[in-house]
Design a protein around this ligand. Structure first.
Ligand code: MIC
Ligand code: SF4
Length: 758
């Protein structure tokens, strides 16, 4: 039985396997390699025959670890249970972080969650016990922070059922967000398949100073590359500026690479990472990484002539970086804080900030909180408190206990800061606000990573702007979005005005070491075979899965168009979170949220559509889908660019599949969602001619023809049958490999795996 920890033996073995595989790849490619290529090719299942050159090829990889959080682990484990395998094949952990609702502060909120989610936690705990998975209880911390503190290691490869898994790229790990079905593959001992990514280089020069923080690096990169700029790409950071950023600061940057749609983001191994490993009591791994450093940095030629090795190079001078805010509603709307006043005036954003929130998996490091404390101390010296409610979400118990010991949290509390549970909370809509009436248009500022409509509190009228924790703290003091923390003044309790000084550089690691805490961890049972997993047949929260039916081999003829989405359609639009998180283990119940956040291209309304059979307009999308399902009809969805951007939640693919979706036809897909659709047996198709999106009419029926000839690289012929009897014949593309076409034919990838592992 393998250990759950990344033990020195395990890591040494990884480095020696990487060395062997890279020797083969180097012979084949005969050129210098970037860091991302080293880790990627160092984990190839078959380095001899892998297709390393194909523009649209897939790589079969052997990740070292799997991590899952409670909201996605339920579906992943329900699928794993179907495959009937006794134990997971690689070290795996489950983290309970998404289901705790923020309401009254850490302690009470955690207790309430334990009660509310008892059945789900018990399912996750017993399934972890049975299958040999390490289990982190509610309150122990957010998946990415706990993984960084305990399991991530330089040069390793990990997949996680959460899009921000790339957080571990701050420790030079190739860590990628996936749907639960991908995790099932790896837990079952099969390779992980991913589109061969292109590698984008981001060259950092200079050094951060003043207000500028690691967060600003990624906010600026988001502005440059946009939310689809990283699709099927790895973002590799390099250059002399990289070493000046702390390990956790690098984690902030790689974490939010998810907002670019990137497969992952990665920094080269350096002294800051070595120090972080030692501070988290993993000195043996630091020594090993030093010994194998050649595997953990790019070849020197790459740094000398980056344009030759990266598909694109972005240059960022850290010394010239201004603090930024991004938003609302999308993470790539970036503006320097000096431009906020003009933006507030031009766009009529509410100037009053209703709540300021810091922390989350992205930004709650010791350094972050210490910089916030600097700002807080300035406020205290002038006798003022936060002008808005000010909420703090520590990323883990280790962080929380350390900042309690070192006094930062007390100082933050003294100006009105309230500490929430070590969990996702308001970042994922687990937030019961009572300071404003629901549905009121209002502005919040956060140090989170995502700001899609309705994400934080379920209201599309909440405009979320994101920045570094220290910048958010400054906004909390002023209470106005038009405030420029660098130049505008605040009024002290003595009536005199003062300007905030930029926070001083803060230690990235606590001088007295972290308060390590493992009380939230439960190792798996030695003999899992005897552990029983209970799912009550009448449960509202959990439902055992039935295999999806295999394809009947016939073309899809005259399928009704269920919904045509306009503009950005993220997974938060397709399968909203917040209150719906409670149904993440119950496919039928959660399907009632399907597409309820998506904007209908014909009406501009969110979440409703026309029932083509009853000819009723303005009906809730899931209701129409259920009607078609009852009538034995499959249906299609049409979408715009970067469809399914954002999270890894496979519910955004499973609910459509459950309610009868045959195909999703869009201008372009986000990576994880496209692969989730394939896994669940839905055809993900793109318009060969993007303009054909406009030909789709509200009452169309859609035929997909010659499906028996479906083959890699071959277009699919489609007909749009319009209500007036006319037709448009259009061509559609797909990226299905031969194996993936097999998943479609079998009804789902899981149906194929079940046969393979028996
Ligand atoms: C998110 O940040 O959107 C989430 C909630 O963490 C998701 C996972 C989920 O929906 O459970 C993600 O990022 O993948
Ligand atoms: Fe949790 Fe938010 Fe991080 Fe997702 S982005 S893991 S919801 S804290």
């Amino acid at each position: 039985m393998h250990a759950i920890e990344s033990t020195p033996d395990f890591v040494a073995q990884t480095y020696s396997k990487m060395t062997e595989r890279l020797a083969i790849v180097r012979k084949r490619l005969n050129r210098p390699l970037t860091l991302a290529e080293k880790v990627l090719y160092g984990h190839l299942d078959d380095p001899q025959s892998a297709d390393l050159q194909g523009a649209q090829s897939y790589l079969q990889l052997r990740p070292d670890r799997v991590a899952m959080q409670d909201a996605t682990a339920q579906m992943a484990l329900l699928q794993f249970a179907q495959a009937d395998i006794p134990r997971v094949a690689v070290p795996t952990t489950v983290h309970c972080d998404h289901l705790i609702q923020a309401r009254e502060g850490a302690e009470r909120d955690t207790l309430r969650a334990l009660d509310d989610n008892k059945e789900v936690y018990e399912f996750l705990r017993t399934a972890s016990n049975r299958y040999g998975i390490g289990f982190w209880k509610p309150g122990a911390g957010i998946i990415h922070q706990v993984v960084l503190e305990n399991y991530a290691f330089p040069g390793g490869m990990m997949i996680g059922t959460d899009s921000h898994t790339p957080n571990a790229g701050g420790l030079a790990m190739f860590a990628s967000g996936v749907g639960g079905a991908d995790a099932v593959d790896v837990m079952a001992g099969l390779p992980w398949e991913v589109r061969a990514p292109k590698i984008i280089g981001v060259r950092l020069t200079g050094k951060l100073s003043g207000w500028a923080a690691p967060k600003d690096v990624i906010l600026v990169v988001c502005g440059i590359l946009t939310v689809k700029g990283g699709t099927n790409a790895v973002i590799e950071y390099f250059g002399p500026g990289a070493a000046s950023i702390s390990c956790t600061g690098k984690g902030t940057i790689t974490n939010m690479g998810a907002e670019l749609g990137a497969t992952t983001s990665i920094f080269p191994f350096d002294a800051a990472m070595e120090r972080y490993l030692r501070a988290t009591e993993r000195a043996a791994l630091a020594d090993l990484a030093r010994r194998y450093e050649h595997l953990l940095v790019a070849d020197p030629e790459v740094e000398r002539d980056p344009a030759k090795y990266f598909s694109r190079v972005v240059e960022i001078d850290l010394s010239a970086l201004e603090p930024h805010l991004v938003g609302p509603h999308t993470p790539d709307l970036a503006r320097p804080v000096s431009k906020m006043a003009a933006a507030v005036a031009k766009e009529s954003y509410p100037d009053d900030i209703s709540v300021a929130l810091i922390g989350s998996c992205t930004n709650s490091s010791y350094e972050d909180i210490s910089r916030v404390t600097d700002v807080v101390e300035q406020a205290t010296a002038h006798g003022i408190k936060a002008a808005t409610p000010f909420l703090v979400t520590p990323g883990s118990e280790q962080i929380r206990a350390t900042i309690v010991r070192d006094g930062q949290l007390d100082k933050i509390a003294s100006i009105g800061g309230q500490v929430l549970a070590n969990a996702c909370g308001p970042c994922i809509g687990q937030w019961k606000r009572d300071e404003i009436k629901p549905g009121t248009r209002n502005t919040i500022v956060t140090s989170y990573n995502r700001n899609f409509p309705a994400r934080n509190d379920g209201s599309r009228e909440t405009l979320a702007f994101m920045g570094s924790p220290e910048i958010v703290a400054a906004y909390a003091l002023s209470g106005r979005l038009s405030f420029n923390p660098m130049t505008d003044s605040l009024t002290g309790s003595d009536g005199r005005s003062f300007t905030l000084a930029a926070p001083k550089p803060a230690p990235d690691l606590p001088e007295r070491g972290f308060v390590r805490d493992f009380s939230g961890y439960e190792p798996p049972a030695k003999d899992g075979a005897t552990v029983k997993i209970d799912v009550a047949p009448d449960s509202k929260r959990l439902q055992l899965l039935e295999p999806f039916a295999a394809w009947d081999g016939r073309d899809f003829v005259r399928l009704p168009l269920l919904f045509k989405a306009k503009g950005s359609c993220t997974t938060d639009h397709i399968s909203p979170a917040g209150p719906w998180l409670r149904f993440r283990g119950h496919l039928d119940n959660i399907s009632d949220n399907m597409l309820t956040g998506a904007v209908n291209a014909f009406t501009g309304q969110a979440g409703t559509t026309r029932n083509l059979l009853s000819d009723e307009a303005g009906v809730a999308v899931p209701k129409v889908a259920r009607d078609y399902k009852t009538r034995g009809l499959r249906w299609v969805v049409v979408g715009d660019e970067n469809y399914g951007e954002g999270s890894s939640r496979e519910h955004a693919a499973m609910s459509p599949r459950w309610l009868g979706c045959a195909a999703v036809i869009v201008r372009s897909f986000a990576r994880i969602h496209e692969s989730n659709l394939k896994k669940q047996g839905i055809l993900p198709l793109t318009f060969s001619n993007g303009g054909d999106y406009d030909k789709v009419r509200e009452t169309d029926r859609v035929s997909l023809l010659d499906l028996a000839k479906l083959a890699p690289g071959r277009e699919v012929a489609a007909v749009l049958h319009h209500e007036d009897g006319t037709e448009d014949r259009i061509a559609l593309r797909h990226t299905l490999s031969a194996e993936q076409i097999g998943w479609f034919a079998a009804g789902s990838a899981l149906n194929v795996i079940k046969k393979q592992v028996r």
